[in-house]
Design a protein. Sequence first.
Length: 573
Amino acid sequence: MNALTYTAAIHSGRVQLVNLRQKSLSVARLRVLFVAVAFAALAVAAVLRIGYLGLTGSARATTSFEEALLPPRGEITDRNGEPLARAFPAFALWYNPEALGADNPLVKSPQQVAKELAAIFPDIDETQLADRLAKGKAGYLRRRVLPEEANKVQAIGELALELPQETDRHYPQGSMGAHVLGYVGADGHGRVGMEAVLDKQLLDPATRGQSTPLSIDVRVQGALEDELTRGMRATNAIGSAGIILDVDTGEVLALASLPEFDPNHIDQAGVANMFNRVTNQVYELGSTFKPLTVAAAIDAGTITDFGRRYSARPFPIGGFTIKDSHPLGDSLNTPEMLIHSSNVVTAHMVEELGANRLKKTMADLGMNARPEIELPARGFPLWASGDWPLLRGMTVGYGHGIAVTPLHLASAYATMVNGGIYRPATMHKVAPGKAAKGRRVFKASTSARMNQLLRMIAVYGTGRNANAPGFRVGGKTGSAEKPGAGGYRKTTLVSTFAAAFPMDRPRYVVIVMMDEPKGTIASSFQRTAAYTAAPVVGRLVPRIGPILGVAPDSSRDVDLTDLAPLVPKGKGE
């Protein structure tokens, strides 16, 4: 090989090496570009996804691991953080007939297994259980099995009796506040009360780790239920109801309907007692309406002189005679009418006011619609539409011819005593300064006058059994016959006391209702509200007053000096 040929070969080799290096460099650059493009695409996709979730609100608030750590349903508390409903780990008793094979599901006989289970759970129907075991149908035999009960079931030695651990809804206060709370069904969803109202919120992963406070106070709730039970038993009433309402915010501090049910154990008797007498049952609430009628007349200017006398003699109108339960003399003034609870004088007041003006006031108080509250069971009042004839207005004026719930009455009394502003009732805790604006129904001056008159009734009239010393209670009794086939039933009453305290600065309304009380030794053989419902309020207010920041003070009271001369020191009806 000559020098020229050798030099050409070297040059050719270098050219090939350069070309190879260029190709390798090009491939590397393409790979880097591909990776960069891939990362850019991922970044764009991530940005677009984030933007989509931000616009649609579809982002998951927690990872599945975090969700697993949350209770399956959020906690409900009272206004002070006391637990009312919470998730609780529990066992269930499940029958699995295939555990040992479908041919021989049990080692012992169905009758023997049923007998041993009945010894652990005395409320089980042993015969029905034995029949179910013999049929070999899988399913729950019992929910809410305690750990000690689960140990006894295991000791029976039947593999077909399984004990899966589940998360159950537990109500640590038992039956207290049952009609407020409701319960959770087998499908995991709320029923009846605030469990139903808050169902979506309590199941939401974004909020179920938080507790939801209600407006009620368990201490006040317990006192209300205790006194209602005592009053109900003392008078052999078939039921009772009560509500305590903050007059400035509409918050329900306590609400009870008796007989109650236990949300921890829903049985047939419990289902029968789920009807809420406070929000869902409508009644003719009798003479508790008379102060509302007087307030409407004062507001309209048809009552200006409390000393003016009205005829108290029975009088016929429209084929009907309006009269009182017993003679009250020839005439009465406004304070005397409320003290003695005269239907006749109330009718004369409505005659001057006008039936339709009274109707407008009642509508402004919400009497023409379902009561305003979050609870799902709300009764529609019996309300006459169209123009009211005079007789209709007169009977409504003293609490007949219209049927409403105790909650309607509570909201109306709160309006009457708080300065005249109607606000809807609420089961939610209201933050300071966040109360609903409401609407004006009565003038502030009318409200101030009514506070005097309500206090006067408790001092001199039918409300004296509610006059708890130092708490300046005011209120009005109402005893109405229940309607039945062919007219009113003379032997059955709904007895109600509508109260507020302290009347020098009203803060709370208390409604107590007894359904069909009987005359007993405890009630001096009387069935009327003065002897059945009013004493419950008289015992209840001293129990709840200090809890709610109202201490007894005998040095303070409502000024009644201008009314006292108009009221003989006699006994009210």
